[in-house]
Design a protein around this ligand. Structure first.
Ligand code: VGL
Ligand code: ZN
Length: 213
């Protein structure tokens, strides 16, 4: 395969210890994407990553709402919020990238989820679409027109990053073999793919990368 054209960027979403097997919010089979991502990275000139990065007092943690359990829905500052186990707390090992993930060619890392009052699934904006991570500006300054999105988890951060990318006008591809779903409900991953396709996002196996671009 050849290096993908320079107008394309690879976005690695939240590939962090806490979302991998053994982590606080482990995505089933999340580790299976690591070798696929290793083989994808050499094909891209522009690679960026997002990093879930919460203060310990974050409002998405069930532990910060006495009497609640992970998986429960609450109102958080006016938005419906699923409560999660404590995960990706800033500066902790769970928030780190695994050593097996090659970071040597990444152009930038965009942290998200720092505002305790609102969760942030997308790598572009928080869930209230107020805070901006700077990812959009970064991509535009690099001349990126197409984004290829991989990482964890398909039904949350990958989905919302892809939907925002599309709504911002980027041609958007999700490599489905390089993502895995949390599946709080067993069909959540499949439903996410339908939503992505309905929004005009291309969902394909990364084996088809060169055939497509
Ligand atoms: C994520 C739930 C909470 C994700 C992050 O990366 O998909 N999911 N925080
Ligand atoms: Zn989070």
């Amino acid at each position: 395969m050849n290096t993908i054209n320079s107008g394309s960027a690879l976005i690695l979403v939240d590939i962090q210890h806490d979302f991998l097997p053994g982590g606080a919010l482990a995505v089933p089979q999340g580790d299976e994407i690591l070798p696929i991502i290793a083989s994808l990275q050499p094909h891209f000139e522009h690679i960026v990553a997002t990093q879930d990065w919460h203060p310990a007092k974050h409002g998405s943690f069930a532990a910060n709402h006495p009497g609640t359990q992970p998986g429960q829905l609450i109102d958080l500052d006016g938005l419906s919020q699923i409560l999660w186990p404590v995960h990706c707390v800033e500066g902790t090992p769970g928030a780190d990238f695994p050593d097996t993930l090659d970071r040597s060619r990444w152009k930038a890392v965009f942290k998200k989820g720092q505002n305790p009052k609102v969760d942030s699934y997308s790598g572009f904006f928080d869930n209230a679409r107020r805070g901006d991570t700077g990812l959009r500006t970064h991509l535009l300054l690099q001349g990126v027109r197409r984004v290829c999105i991989v990482g964890l988890a398909l039904d949350y951060c990958v989905k919302y990053t892809a939907l925002d990318a599309r709504s911002l006008g980027f041609e958007t591809i999700v490599f489905t073999d390089a993502t895995r779903a949390v599946n709080l409900q067993p069909e959540d991953g499949q439903r996410a793919l339908l939503e992505l396709k309905a929004a005009g996002i291309t969902c394909l196996d990364s084996k088809n990368l060169t055939r497509y671009v």
